[in-house]
Write a protein that binds this ligand. Structure first.
Ligand code: SF4
Ligand code: SF4
Length: 449
């Protein structure tokens, strides 16, 4: 069933520019000569290396094992020789260890263990296969998926939301995945819904992707009644296009009417949210036994010759993706991993693609605002667009005055760092950065006491 939903409070309508890459079918990047596989590609503790320099590895072989409850394994994304375990450039800007693998050109895979009976696998077996595959949320949050498949017994989950919103401007990887790998996405969602034991499933897709809405709905109908179909009611929710519609809290509020409490998690209101790419990876892991060694990335922006979408091995340097799409044109102002609202600017094109890399955006210099930061004029534009209902102006002023204790009364930790406030501020105040600063300093203060 397709159903239209209303929008959420606040938010903005930036230039989406999805047309640059939305019609570009997913291409496959030729295998690189070398990959640098970070041991941290997820929220939580880095994986522990289990290979050493000189080892030969096969594609899909574990090179780092999960080092705690909230951690995931990482795998060789090429076959070849380990030539280094070193501190590497990482998209987050943090210092992270990575495994360097020189390709032997053969792409010699480990022996995979497919499972024909995937629809009838018990929940624990599904969790184990997902955990072994090293899946972390592909929407960008990179939370370990097997942990999300094991909610605490005290907090039962009744609703699975499948997030196909992709509200970040420019990004189209999830859109293409829903069009070209519809079966994988839906089958993965079926598996997740069975493991969680939910009583309903809701897909969330913005109304700027009507073809994806139709494709997902048709696939749900195609498998209905078969062993591979949903056992609970499913709705394809069509949402007004507005940023940040794909934020978990906004999506839950609109699709279920529940509000995730301050400091709480979706499970507190009986909901779990999984991205469409994560669902496809779950299906690959359970049905084919494939570890997560690649993902689809949108490479786009006015500073790129030929924007598009590409399937790429994790650990591939951004440089190769940019070259694949014809290279940069004109004077480039910024290279961003992710979208323009929440992405992270990079200083080095050797930075590798990781599990959470949804896009690489090339922004021309003349698209970058260089106006000076000015004092707050109390116009309240930031308050009107904040989807959480915060006072970004007040948090930023507290941060500026180093009044971190006082900033707490304005709930900085509820900020989802969507960037709406900075986007509309006529004084060009870097509100998100100041809110992040306040969060960090409040944490330091708390750690001291
Ligand atoms: S305060 Fe946080 S949640 Fe609110 S608009 Fe700014 S970045 Fe988004
Ligand atoms: S939008 Fe900018 S100038 Fe206006 S109240 Fe917020 S911080 Fe102040």
């Amino acid at each position: 069933m397709i159903r239209r939903f209303r929008s959420f409070f606040g938010g903005i309508h930036p230039q989406y520019r999805k047309e640059l890459s939305a019609t570009g079918a997913i291409e496959t990047l030729p295998l690189p000569d070398q990959v640098v596989v970070p041991l941290l590609q997820h929220i939580g503790k880095p994986a522990e290396p289990v290979v050493k320099v000189g080892d030969t590895v096969r594609t899909g072989q574990v090179v780092g094992t999960a080092s705690g409850v909230v951690s995931v394994s990482v795998h060789a994304t090429l076959s070849g020789t380990v030539t280094g375990i070193a501190t590497i450039a990482h998209p987050s800007g943090r210092e992270v260890k990575g495994v360097v693998i020189e390709s032997d050109g053969a792409d010699n895979w480990i022996d995979l263990e497919p499972c024909e009976e995937w629809p009838s696998l018990p929940p624990q077996a599904v969790r184990e296969r997902v955990s072994a595959a090293g899946i972390a949320g592909l929407g960008g949050a990179t939370f370990p998926t097997h942990v999300k498949l094991s909610p605490p017994e005290a907090r039962p989950v009744d609703t699975l939301i499948v997030n196909g919103v992709e509200c970040e401007p420019y990004l189209t990887a999830d859109h293409r995945l829903m069009l070209e790998h519809t079966g994988q996405v839906v089958a993965g969602a079926v598996l997740v819904s069975r493991v969680l034991g939910v009583s309903r499933v809701i897909f969330g897709i913005e109304d700027n992707k009507p073809d994806a809405v139709q494709a997902i709905e048709a696939e749900i109908r195609r498998v209905a009644g078969s062993s591979a179909g949903f056992e609970v009611p499913v709705t394809v929710g069509v949402l007004p296009t507005k940023y940040p519609q794909g934020g978990e809290k906004q999506l839950i509020a609109v699709l279920t009417g529940h509000e995730v409490p301050s400091g709480g998690l979706p499970v507190d209101v009986g909901v779990v949210v999984h991205n469409v790419g994560t669902c496809a990876a779950v299906f690959d892991a359970v049905r084919h036994g494939r570890p997560l060694v690649e993902r689809v990335v949108t490479v786009t922006g006015e500073g790129l010759k030929r924007p598009g979408n590409v399937r790429v091995r994790l650990g591939t340097p951004a440089r190769l993706l940019v070259e694949h799409f014809g290279g940069m044109v004109g004077e480039v102002g910024k290279v961003v991993f992710g979208g323009p609202m929440m992405g992270v600017a990079q200083y080095n094109l050797e930075v590798p693609v990781i599990k959470g890399t949804s896009g690489i955006l090339i922004i021309p210099r003349d698209h970058i605002d260089t106006d000076d930061i000015r004092p707050c004029i109390r116009c309240s534009a930031c308050i009107e667009v904040c989807p959480i209902g915060l006072l970004p102006n007040m948090i930023s002023v507290c941060a500026e005055m180093r009044a971190f204790g006082e900033s707490e009364q304005y709930h900085p930790f509820d900020c989802i760092e969507c960037g709406c406030c900075s986007y509309v501020c006529p004084s060009y105040r870097p509100l998100v950065q100041m809110i992040r600063f306040a969060k960090t300093e409040v944490q330091h203060l708390k750690a001291k006491h």
